[in-house]
Ligand binder design. Sequence first.
Ligand SMILES: Cc1cc2nc3c(=O)[nH]c(=O)nc-3n(C[C@H](O)[C@H](O)[C@H](O)COP(=O)(O)OP(=O)(O)OC[C@H]3O[C@@H](n4cnc5c(N)ncnc54)[C@H](O)[C@@H]3O)c2cc1C
Length: 434
Amino acid sequence: MQIVNDNGCSWINDLDSRSNIKVLKKNDECEWLIIGAGYTGLSAARKLAKLHPSQRIILIDAQLAGEGASSRNSGFLVDSTLNDGFTSNKDLENYKKKTNIYELGIKVIKKFINEHQVDCDWNDSGKFFASSKIEDEKILKKFSKILSELKFKHDILYNKELTKKLGTSFYNVGLYTRGGVLLHPAKLARAMINALPNNVELFENSFLLNWFKIKDHLICNFNFAQIKTKKIIFATNGFLKSLGIKKNYNFPITLTASMTRPLTNEEFKFIGEPNEWGVLPVRPMGATVRMTKNRRILIRNTAEIHNPFKMTKQNLEKRLISHKAGIIKRFPNLPHNIVQSTWSGIVSRSRNSSQIFEKIDNNIFAAGCYNGSGIGVGTLFGEQIALKASNESTNEIQIIENKNKLSLLPPQPFLNLGIKARLVYERFRSKSDI
Ligand SMILES: Cc1cc2nc3c(=O)[nH]c(=O)nc-3n(C[C@H](O)[C@H](O)[C@H](O)COP(=O)(O)OP(=O)(O)OC[C@H]3O[C@@H](n4cnc5c(N)ncnc54)[C@H](O)[C@@H]3O)c2cc1C
């Protein structure tokens, strides 16, 4: 078994390739084993290394570290969300619990980039939720009420102002929140790899096939060798279910995105030279779109149940048609052949958009299921699960554990049928904004 990723992600291709990749080839033993080296696993490893400087910590990934969803996302470090999961944000108290976690997520990333002097194209530009349908003003006004009660600075904007700010007249109504941050996700993930302390040993391209408990130890079988560990942290997000972790509470969803080449001076001038921006959809299946720091347009407009281990080139090419159509709709006067790369990535979802942060069993811990908002939350949960596993208590753990309990999923085949039907329905409702 293997995770086969495309190598077409512009974010990853912006970086130099790494050397010194170590594959697990002989049996090993450690005090701490972390499975998955995305934001969550890297942050757990960083924290554990500080807490236990003389203990052996192994961090291991099935592909290159950080090159799963952590380098393939859209780079919105969110302060608030409108459509996380399949429920609407009905209840103010629940919504507050969520935004408390987002706030901690932003803080922890800020602290990391300050401490390690990280350049990840950080931009405090805020973010927009926008729609081409003026009817969606109703949804945004409701959302605005919630935000006002929680004292989030925001504004409702209409076509004229949006056109000026975004360089496209596609959107008719939008809500701008000042607290969101835009960043380069792969630069952030790479910085976390570079910041790994010396007492963390990183193995890559090493796939965990299965694991089991013998007395007070855990045995983990990888494709070429075995690790015996005292404690384990599962940080595999979209692959938690395939490893049997909280499998009745989370499921993987495959997303795809494309990015254009940088716009030329002439093209950029033509659309009004907007500042860097990011737009999230008002309806769940609408497109996420960004104008990046170096004038590239990113679009993500598919979300589906698909084999999380592999998306073929042909499959990606089909998704590219939808990405291109989304860009042309928004920028009809730009050349139609400017997409430079297309890629897929896996996220984990739950029924009620709550996350996983827990001790699964003695010496077994898991963090994940961020419902598409894992940059800040993943980094936070990674650090805090390391503290929890070390029997430390923190205010952050209290805030995280105050989140809503995860809802149980229906059994198969009803689960997949239900999700597919929901995705088709939401895609139909968002048709104009894909
Ligand atoms: C297209 C896209 C857009 C997104 N946009 C945003 C956004 O704008 N803002 C935001 O906050 N979030 C966004 N997300 C979600 C965000 O990327 C994730 O929530 C975040 O990366 C989760 O980090 P993680 O470390 O938990 O998981 P991952 O980065 O997925 O890392 C998990 C790692 O586990 C490894 N693994 C899995 N199975 C095994 C195994 N059996 N053995 C060994 N290793 C294994 C994988 O190889 C992977 O590297 C987006 C995701 C995608 C795909």
